[in-house]
Design a protein. Structure first.
Length: 138
């Protein structure tokens, strides 16, 4: 069982006429999970896709290490080029563009997905999920 966490960015300057800019974040779990493309009319202009075993003990730390290694390797990555980091336990594919070209921009959405992520019996389980704020007393 594997898990993939992904961020796909779509920006207007590169998009098809009438398509909106935006960001799609998601995750998939399965034997061979795939980062889903949500709208073919909205070209992906930059992305980060982190794949790991579903039983990885600390996916957030692995994401941080993967992104650090990718940026150390990327140097001056031209738009449209991809950095790939593969290890026996996880891998990361990263495509950068202005605005999505520093470690914090990449880490923020991936860490939101990775924090507390656990997969049990082929199902995604969020541990320590944030509870909704209580309504203020009147």
């Amino acid at each position: 069982m594997r898990c993939i966490l992904y961020v796909h960015n779509h920006h207007g300057a590169h998009a098809v006429a009438g398509a909106r800019s935006g960001r799609v974040c998601g995750m998939a779990v399965g034997e061979d999970p795939v980062a889903q493309r949500w709208d073919a009319a909205r070209p992906i202009t930059s992305f980060a896709e982190f794949s790991c075993p579903g039983d990885l003990e600390d996916p957030a730390t692995a994401v941080e290490l993967a992104v650090a290694r990718a940026f150390a390797r990327s140097g001056t990555l031209a738009p449209g080029q991809t950095v790939a980091i593969d290890t026996p336990r996880w891998n990361l594919r990263l495509g950068l563009e202005p605005g999505f070209d520093d470690p914090r921009a990449v880490l923020e959405p991936l860490l939101q997905l990775a924090h507390g992520l656990r997969v049990r019996g082929g199902k995604v389980i969020r541990v320590g999920a944030v509870e909704p704020a209580a309504a203020p007393a009147r």
